[in-house]
Ligand binder design. Structure first.
Ligand code: NCD
Ligand code: ZN
Length: 381
């Protein structure tokens, strides 16, 4: 038996010098959980601070299954943000695909300026997925209509059969569900969400268009050892679960490859601390407050900072057929320690990488943008 490779230093040194600045076109988060009510008010400002747009997941309780519900949710997101942030941040919505989704709902989604995609959760795959799909093939008319109208299908790619090992669920989904689905609907635009395995990135890289994948910061930064470092670490538990080190390396290679098929989607999924540190703790890592810093860490370690902008700000917009953002943001090369807890009225949240030192710090939006030819340079302050 070969010994499992370990990531000896989860936060190794990168290449840039202290005080350097990294300027990027304003990025987008193509996979985000904002929740509702008090939690929405607590977490939405973090994403609005760093991102121009986000694709908001529909797994509320009850799930967001119609365009009318999505538009109402979009308004609540707007209300949760202060005036200035509302101007800078645009949430796009997803609809939760169920066994009962109709072709008419697809038509309404295609016409809504707020809705960009449907989200497929296999029933029981993750947080609040009880209403998920039980029989993919039965939805073929709906997929046909989505393909016709150019509506994107975002997929949580894991089989849910209890006999299948939790670490094999993604690879099995590709073989047993995704390949047949794409065979039946080759024109359907698909985003394979939160890819976590070498099998997933290999498949997405080689498959016939149109397909792409999002990759989260936690799957780029950590392997499954992070779940068990000196004890059980619930804040590193998300779904799909962290995988072995060779998978992490394959994800880093894909994200930093410059391929337009891979782009940013944090899957920031906040749960109150008491629900994470529990007998049956919820899945989800809360990365929104330091999302760009976490990705910058990965790209820096991979000596690929020059490729961060395309991953963060170009490829996702291109895939969704939207213009790239016009503004710019800046990161500063400066060590800083991630807070252990973030408290908001009624909620305590533990951010991803709590207590760890990151090399890049988000410095905010740039008021006056330099010409595009001068952006994306790591320059001295
Ligand atoms: C997400 C959540 O909490 O809503 N959890 C997670 O671990 N990623 C659901 C999901 O995206 O699977
Ligand atoms: Zn998610």
């Amino acid at each position: 038996m070969t010994q499992e490779p370990t990531n000896p230093n989860p936060m190794p040194q990168g290449s840039a010098a202290l005080g350097q600045r990294l300027r990027l076109r304003e990025p987008d988060d193509w996979h985000l959980h904002l929740r509702d009510g008090a939690m929405l008010k607590a977490v939405a400002p973090y994403s609005a601070r760093q991102f121009g747009r986000a694709l908001v997941m529909p797994n509320l309780q009850p799930p967001v299954i119609t365009v009318a519900m999505a538009e109402a949710y979009s308004r609540r997101i707007g209300e949760a943000l202060a005036g200035e942030q509302t101007e800078h941040f645009r949430p796009f919505m997803t609809l939760y695909l169920t066994d009962n989704t109709s072709c008419e709902e697809v038509d309404r989604a295609a016409q809504s300026p707020h809705v960009l995609a449907f989200k497929l959760y296999p029933a029981g795959a993750t947080t609040h997925s009880d209403a998920g799909v039980t029989n993919l093939q039965a939805l073929d008319p709906v997929f046909e209509r989505m393909a016709e109208k150019g509506v994107v299908l975002c997929i949580h790619g894991e089989v849910t059969t209890p006999e299948v090992d939790v670490f094999d669920r993604e690879a099995r989904f590709i073989e047993e569900r995704l390949i047949p689905l794409r065979h039946r609907h080759p024109e359907l635009r698909i985003v394979f969400e939160h890819a976590t395995t070498r099998e997933a990135v290999d498949y997405v890289r080689q498959a016939n268009a149109p397909i792409a994948a999002t990759i989260t910061p936690q799957h780029l930064l950590y392997n499954r050892n992070a779940l068990f470092r000196s004890g059980l670490r619930p804040h590193y538990y998300c779904l799909p679960v962290l995988k072995r080190e060779p998978h992490r390396q394959a994800l880093v290679a894909a994200a930093t490859s410059g391929s337009p098929r891979f782009f940013m989607g944090t899957d920031s999924a906040p749960h109150d601390r008491t629900l994470k540190e529990a007998d049956c703790g919820c899945a989800g890592c809360f990365s929104a407050p330091f999302a760009l810093e976490l990705y910058a860490q990965v790209f820096d370690e991979a000596q690929a900072l020059d490729r961060l902008e395309a991953f963060a700000s170009h490829f996702g917009a291109d895939f969704y057929g939207l213009p790239r953002n016009a503004g710019e943001v800046e990161l500063l090369r400066q060590d800083h320690c991630i807070a252990d807890r973030l408290s908001h009225e009624g909620h305590t949240l533990v951010p991803l990488a709590a207590g760890q030192v990151l090399r890049w710090q988000y410095a905010g939006r740039l008021e006056s943008s330099l010409p595009r030819s001068q952006s994306l340079q790591v320059s001295s302050a």
